[in-house]
Design a protein around this ligand. Sequence first.
Ligand code: SAM
Ligand code: SF4
Length: 322
Amino acid sequence: MLEDKFGRRFHYLRLSITDVCNFRCTYCLPDGYQCDGDRDFLSRQEISVLVNAFAGLGTSKIRLTGGEPSLRKDLPQIIEQCASTPGIEKVAITSNGFKLPQMIQSWADAGLSALNISMDSLDPRQFHAITGHNKLETVLEGIDMALDLGIQVKINSVLLKPYSDTMLSTALNWLKDKPVTLRMIELMQTGDNQPFFNDNHISGQPIKQRLLDQGWGQILRDKSAGPAQEFSHPDYTGRIGLIMPYSKDFCKSCNRLRVSSRGKLHLCLFAEQGLDLRPLLREGDMNALQQKLVTLLGQKEASHWLDKGYTGATQHLAMLGG
Ligand code: SAM
Ligand code: SF4
């Protein structure tokens, strides 16, 4: 098992398979994807070496992310490859959902077990204003299809000052009979979004208090469950989650490592730099790769230092997948 010097265990890998995205979310890629180099993303062979190496070190969950992972035509094959790796019990995707109705059946057939869909508003006009695309209806249709296929669905909603009140009330309404967990994520500062962050960041704490006041109860989660706080209510089928990276002790429950679409290991979402694994991935030397992962984990720091305005090398989260 991969364990760092602070006793945190890492059984979860977030693997970005492309940094290209078709959306223009205001907090992430407001000017759209800028092609600033080759698109030499990890091949299926390299992904196989990587996933086998992590699985051999105790990783049991893989999340495929991006950019927008569904822009890769070989996504069903990548899912299948991850799902059939010995030791991997759960394969998840984080997606903006624009291709969901078209693709969800093939992802399910390939062995997908869980899906996170980003949906920052349930109002079509607000959704359009945030993402640059008029796709809310498509995303909602895809979510229902995924639920019908028995896939576990979580929704990611970034908390943005102008929309947070409407979002909370419409979300609560929607969750009455939707068996999903909707996680509200505090906007994080990145290298590119500082003025936007200053204007739009709000804390999740008042929302937590509102939920508790309205009879929502915090669910006690396993120590290995990661940093989201989750709440349930007897009158609601769905659950609410809060991800508050600026709160004290957020990093204590860190259970994930990240690899970029070009094969760099990121020990933290806001690490100073990615650590290049590509030569070993190309060579396919599993033992050397595993040794390198164990050694590099020794450099993982206690915290992301985001509260001090430190964003490391992360210009925007499309670089790494959130
Ligand atoms: N394109 C896919 C999507 O949007 O789901 C996957 C990549 S996206 C970078 C992963 C997650 O990061 C999304 O849920 C997105 O809302 C979130 N995200 C992006 N930038 C963020 C920021 N500055 N603060 C908080 N969350 C952010
Ligand atoms: Fe694309 Fe996801 Fe970033 Fe939105 S949050 S621009 S969908 S990568």
